[in-house]
Design a protein around this ligand. Structure first.
Ligand code: GAL
Length: 358
């Protein structure tokens, strides 16, 4: 947690420096930085450790291409800042590209990075359904690659042994959301009619994070013996405005029937909170609201009692894991089929511990 705070502060300082560098940059990159190449720091050691000490050390410095599915995503912005801070701190030259939620655009960006001869790629795919194509491309170019945030299947990844996925097990975050509701005084059944009536505001359903959080949040309730009633399920694509719109319409339609609003992420939960307050409802009194990510805005609302809870999606931990895996690959490590996914744990966030993450 301390590291999270330190990195956030460091990331902010770095971003300010980066924007100056980027102004003078002539490359096609959306955000290009050249870090001092003379002190790769712990890269060699981390790579040797991650590789079990068996492979050669990672090269010092090096150029890294990072593809983000879209810059305009609250959680991925935090993640991107952490990656930038860590990679630059280790002396890498890093270029970040904005996929603008367009797989064709991201494919071009990957091809450009390959043509430029980057040493390694870190890719947050726009669509997991494009994983086969992405994996075939990086394999063909023989570029060590770390996939992040959007997990392909183990089978897809087994096609290339210089490929790793670093992320979280989304089932865990869904289960924790359900537990946050079970931990309330009435286990989510505010009106005492024997069932928990909820609406589900889903992320992009193409994404396993959205699928699993939707399934496992409700499963935690039913596993605990609660009866549930789904009043509505709609895709909000991880977006605050869509979260607000969906909650506003549902609150107008179902009124007091809604006892719980599950949001697959915090940005949509913040939007839903705006609708809840506009409808004159009060979180933790006549309605419950949970998200995932532990964005700063959500942590504030948890502390203030305007969100029932959230779940830490550890951007810094995942960024560290991604860089460590990348360095292992650069050091010559290969990954066997079935061992290509590295998970970072989620953490349940309540008013009691929220301040620890701020
Ligand atoms: C999830 C995160 C969402 C969104 C999504 C993008 O892990 O909770 O807020 O960033 O990734 O794929």
């Amino acid at each position: 947690m301390k590291l999270t705070r330190t990195l956030t502060a460091m990331a902010m300082a770095s971003m300010m420096a980066v924007s100056l560098v980027a102004c003078g940059g002539g490359s096609s990159a959306s955000d290009t930085t050249a870090a001092a190449a003379d002190q790769p720091g712990g890269a060699t050691e981390a790579a040797a450790q991650a590789a079990g000490g068996a492979e050669a050390a990672a090269p010092e410095g090096g150029t890294i291409g990072v593809c983000i599915y879209k810059f305009d995503d609250a959680f991925m912005t935090t993640y991107r800042n952490a990656l930038q801070e860590i990679l630059e701190g280790k002396g890498y030259t890093v270029t970040f590209m904005d996929g603008k939620n367009d797989q064709a655009e991201q494919n071009n960006q990957i091809n450009n990075f390959i043509a430029q001869g980057v040493d390694a790629l870190i890719i947050n795919p726009v669509m997991t359904s494009a994983a086969d194509q992405i994996i075939a491309t990086v394999k063909d170019a023989n570029i060590p690659t770390v996939l992040i945030n959007r997990e392909p299947t183990a089978d897809q990844m087994s096609a290339y042994d210089k490929l790793v996925y670093v992320g979280c097990d989304a089932r865990q975050s869904g289960t924790m959301q359900g537990e946050l509701i079970l931990d309330t005084e009435n286990k989510g059944d505010i009106n005492g009619d024997g069932k928990v009536s909820y609406i589900m505001i889903q992320g992009d359903p193409e994404n396993v994070d959205a699928q699993y959080r939707t399934e496992f949040s409700v499963k935690a309730l039913t596993d605990a013996g609660m009866e549930v009633e789904e009043l509505d399920l709609q895709r909000g694509d991880w977006d605050r405005n869509k979260g607000q719109e969906i909650a506003q319409n549902d609150l107008a339609k179902f009124g007091d029937e809604i006892e719980v609003i599950f949001c697959n992420n915090d940005d949509m939960a913040i939007g839903a909170l705006q609708a809840i307050q506009a409808a004159g409802r009060t979180v933790n009194k006549d309605i419950y609201l949970v998200g995932v990510d532990a964005l700063d805005a959500a942590l504030n609302e948890v502390v203030n009692g305007n969100m029932t809870g959230t779940v830490l999606n550890d951007a810094v931990g995942q960024a560290e894991g991604a860089v460590e895996a990348m360095e292992a690959l650069l050091g010559g490590k290969t990954y066997a089929a079935g061992e290509q996914s590295i998970y970072v744990d989620y953490v349940k966030v309540t008013p009691e511990n929220a301040a620890d993450f701020q």
